[in-house]
Write a protein that binds this ligand. Sequence first.
Ligand SMILES: *Cc1c(COP(=O)(O)O)cnc(C)c1O
Length: 488
Amino acid sequence: MSLDYKQLRQKYLRLLPAVDKILQETELKGVEREIPRDLIVEAVQEVVAEKRAVIQRALTGRQLEGMTLSPAALALEARQKVDERSRANFQPVFNATGVLLHTNLGRAPLAAVAAAMLQRISSSFCNLELSLQTGRRAYRYEHVEELICRITGAEAALVVNNNAGAVFLALNTLAAGREVVVSRGELVEIGGSFRLPEVMTASGALLAEVGTTNKSYLRDYEGAINEKTALLLKVHSSNFKIMGFTSSVDAASLAGLGRKCCLPVMEDLGSGVLVDLTRYGLPYEPRVQDSIKAGVDVVTFSGDKLLGGPQSGLIIGKKKYLESIKSNQLTRALRVGKMTLAALESTLRLYLDEEKAFREIPVLRMLTVPSTVLKARAEVLAAKLAARLGPGWTIGISREKARVGGGSLPLAFLPSYQVTLERTGTSVNELVKKLRGTRYPVISRVLKNKILLDLRSLLEEADELLIETIVQTFPRSAEEETGGGFEP
Ligand SMILES: *Cc1c(COP(=O)(O)O)cnc(C)c1O
């Protein structure tokens, strides 16, 4: 005689182990030293409450019969909850988006030597503001100033929190309360939170727009100069290009005008490339060195875009202007910490040997790796995934373009290869979400209802980990493992 389901419910409710009993399980005893007991107890209580709710909602015996209510099983569930919750919110992810410099994904990954130095400096005391020669107090920026000058040809340099801060500080120092002449074609907005006219207002400088959206001539700048003018500014149109009939004034001509009128000339380069990318068939991107050579007095650029270092803003140029920028009180508010300096110095040192920079700086490597290499990696990845994911998956290779991103080289579409994933019975959105929710989150891209994993933005050394991650995110069921539900 079988019990009716109400009696069955009662029976199962009685089977639910007590919280204290579950807490005795080795699964949970083992983590008590690392995780506060309160959190463990809370997780166990939740698991018990969830099971109770399931039992109370069950309408048929069948729904109950599969339940495992042993203390060990519930302890394991609680342990999973605890593990999930004690995982950091801020963690590494796979960038499979095909956008190399993704502000949402932290822009440039550091070179291995820079990451190692960062680790050493940050876990120890350091000579941040101490001269090891004299034993006296030193200036924290000295660790990188000479190096930046050697690489760029500038007379002096300063590093602040980011390029937005660099532009703000330079404008505030050189032009507060006075006019800055800028072309209307260069009043850029970068990522919504950096709009040049607004940064200028905040810095106290007054905007004097010249020219039109598509054309500005030297005579436009010249015509705008008056006794209130403090600075001539050129801004890199980082994330857009004006096509068709265009005309803009190059850095050398603007620098010439500045000299003639005894006005400083500043250029916000945005990304700040230190190497010649045309060697690799990429569009011409003015190098920082070129602006200095052209005679620009103050140049600003980011440390974590194409330079490939930590978030920072570099201000370089003539000593006279850098001295006044350094003595601005606001410099203190924008100053960088030891971790930034550690990573920046090691990254910059790689540029002393350009070949080394191309080999060791991940952004430069990703930018220049031949697509044949990406194709080979895609084939290996696709084959391994096809062998290890269960039936129902369709795995292929596509040949879409990747992008630089981060407001750099907006027109450069980089040839690339992607592994494509589809699974019958699972929507692409569900796949995206699952991949994003795993232990090593995979941030992917979707095209035509398929997941695309772009090889150009994925760090090559992590390909094996990526395979393991995907396989573990979508484990094969027991039937699939044994080849389709056959029970011997
Ligand atoms: C990216 C960019 C900025 C802002 O730099 P951050 O380092 O993100 O602060 C400013 N100006 C230009 C032209 C840029 O491309």
